[in-house]
Design a protein around this ligand. Structure first.
Ligand SMILES: [Mn+2]
Length: 311
């Protein structure tokens, strides 16, 4: 993870149309109120808040019968692809404050272009209850927030949202952890393309540290960059109720913090999304605060120092 003193840029993405319901558009404001910027600057980073993203109009795209609000999602995707790439290319660390998970079409595509420019592979750690590997052809709902992984892997080219021939993510470099709700056709797509999936049963059986160690070893061995995409519904709804897609049996507070601490120690994280926070469904800011605490953990906050004991 980046040393203190490194530049971090917060990019707010008030996008909710990919989720099919209202509320996520207030996510960036809630994360700011919960102290995201302050938590990071207190750790010694140079934090710039770029404000909320201005979408780039996508009126060139015709409506799609099973990709809801395509024009709005595409407008944010285009702007965020540019915004994320610009921050990373300038040597900074982009942190995306969402917004629903369709925003990862833009953030991950921007990071894929950045990694390609460096000649290094991009890996993605997808912390989520859902695999988000649908396309309009397989999606039961047509909501685009269930499609971003297929999109940035080049398996959901249902509209010319970003240029064809852009850098894509190799699905074998995608690690999905915490998964517990997958549609049937989506399951087949994931298996066919070699996405690495660690569901909640794998976490129970192997322990989260062994899983994260495997991910980090793969990234390090390939000299890769790692993008982390954290969906509020990765966590158990008892600790993070502020999300529209709760699924029981999610990660615990300690499991989530351990992941963040291991990511910090690894020094391979290049960018981060915080997504699907719906303040309208939250309980007095509880979920917003836990997302800020987890982010602080990823950037080096420790509960206790761990001095090495003399023998
Ligand atoms: Mn998701």
């Amino acid at each position: 993870m980046a040393a203190a003193g490194k530049a971090i840029t917060l990019i707010g993405v008030p996008l909710e149309e990919g989720s099919g319901r209202g509320g996520c558009g207030m996510g960036p404001a809630a994360l700011r109120i919960a102290g995201m910027g302050r938590a990071l600057s207190d750790l010694g980073y140079l934090v710039t808040d770029a404000g909320d993203l201005r979408p780039e109009p996508a009126s060139d795209l015709p409506a799609h019968q099973n990709a809801n609000a395509l024009d709005i999602v595409a407008a944010f995707t285009r702007a965020l692809e540019h915004g994320t790439h610009a921050v990373a290319a300038a040597g900074g660390m982009p942190i995306i404050l969402g917004g629903d998970h369709s925003l990862a079409m833009g953030s991950v595509s921007g990071m894929a272009r950045h990694a390609a420019g460096l000649g290094r592979p991009l890996f993605v750690l997808w912390l989520d209850a859902h695999a988000d590997f649908n396309s309009p052809a397989t999606s039961p709902s047509g909501n685009i927030h269930g499609m971003p992984v297929a999109f940035f892997c080049g398996q959901a080219e249902f509209a010319p949202i970003l240029p064809a021939g852009r850098p894509l993510v190799d699905p074998r470099h995608v690690y999905q952890v915490g998964i517990r709700s997958v549609d049937e056709e989506e399951r087949q797509m994931i298996a066919r393309h070699g996405v690495n999936v660690f569901d909640m049963r794998a976490i129970d059986e192997l322990g989260i540290s062994a899983i994260i160690r495997e991910v980090l070893d793969a990234v390090t061995k390939a000299n890769g960059l790692l993008h982390v995409s954290l969906d509020v519904d990765f966590l158990d709804p008892s600790i993070a109720p502020g999300v529209g897609t709760t699924v029981p049996g999610g990660a615990t507070f300690r499991e989530a913090h351990l992941i963040m601490e291991m990511l910090h120690d690894s020094d391979v994280v290049a960018s981060l999304d915080i997504v699907e926070l719906n303040p309208f469904l939250d309980d007095r800011g509880k979920s917003a605060r836990i997302m800020v605490e987890l982010t602080a953990s990823l950037f080096g906050r420790r509960i206790l120092d761990r001095p090495t004991r003399a023998a």
